[in-house]
Design a protein. Structure first.
Length: 132
C-alpha cells in the first residue's frame, strides 16, 4: 500500500509484559532513508541533538516526543520528565543504528521489523507494518 503521511511514531506501553516500545512504523523507503540520515548526522558530528518527532516526514500519535542525542554513554531511551523521551547513544553507535535500518530501506520488500535499541526500560522498534 502507498504510504500517504510518512512514518508514524507511537508508544506501546509495556507490550507483552516486556518493556515499553517507541514504535516507528508505516513508512516508505524514503522515510527509512531519512531516518538513516538523522543517525548519520549524529554519528558524523553534524548534529548533537535531533528532534525526531519534529521531522516533516513524521506523524506522531498520542503527542509522543522523542529527541535523538549524542551522549558519553549508551543510555538508550529514557523519559525526559516532561512526557517525552531522550534516546541517547554514543556517536559511533548512531552509525550502528543507521546500519540496522538498511534492510528496511528497500522499497520491494523487507516487510519485517528491526529492533533499533534494546537498552533500558523503553525499546525502539522500526516496523513497516507496526507488527513484531
Amino acid at each position: 500500500p502507498d504510504i500517504l503521511f510518512g512514518m508514524e511514531m507511537d508508544v506501546v506501553p509495556h507490550a507483552s509484559d516486556g518493556p515499553a516500545l517507541v514504535r516507528l512504523f508505516r513508512f516508505s523507503a524514503a522515510d527509512a532513508t531519512a531516518m538513516q540520515g538523522l543517525c548519520r548526522q549524529l554519528f558524523s558530528g553534524a548534529a548533537e541533538t535531533v528532534d525526531l518527532s519534529g521531522q516533516s516526514w513524521m506523524t506522531v500519535s498520542g503527542g509522543v516526543r522523542m529527541a535523538m542525542v549524542v551522549g558519553t554513554a549508551d543510555e538508550g531511551v529514557v523519559s525526559d520528565g516532561r512526557g517525552g523521551y531522550l534516546w541517547t547513544l554514543r556517536a559511533d553507535v548512531w552509525e550502528d543504528v543507521a546500519d540496522l535500518i538498511e534492510p528496511l530501506v528497500a522499497e520491494d520488500g523487507h516487510d519485517g521489523y528491526q529492533w533499533l535499541d534494546e537498552r533500558g526500560d523503553v525499546y525502539v522498534l522500526m516496523s513497516r507494518t507496526g507488527e513484531w
